[in-house]
Design a protein around this ligand. Sequence first.
Ligand code: THU
Length: 136
Amino acid sequence: MDELELIECAMKARKMAYAPYSNYLVGAALYTKDGKVFTGCNIENASYGATCCAERTAVFKAVSEGSSQIAAIAIVGGSRDQELSYAFPCGVCRQVLREFGDPKEMTVIVAKTMTDFKRYTLEELLPDSFGPDFNA
Ligand code: THU
């Protein structure tokens, strides 16, 4: 699974976004260390606070299926019927990702198109973080 395939999977997942309130549609696709791909979209709710981001949908699908070591995640997002913007993961999603991989190793890709994307480590997006190693 290369980065471009992962971006493609995120774009496909974005088509399933349920975002009638914000009309901001997000898709995510992650690759686990055991070689599986899990995708997710944002799922909004009439009670706005019950909304789940695309990244967390994908992470919770992976962990609930027994794959909890994330190697890379690709994220695509943008307003309905507009060009994609760089959809950076929110703070909560960064912290959730922190739980399931080494922040120095985990790759986070934020893509507008297949040729226009940025690549970070999770550590770059969430420096000096708190993680499971602190609770041992
Ligand atoms: N959203 C995500 O899916 N991921 C993020 O990291 C940021 C925000 C969603 C939540 C909500 O449905 C919409 O984008 C607007 O905030």
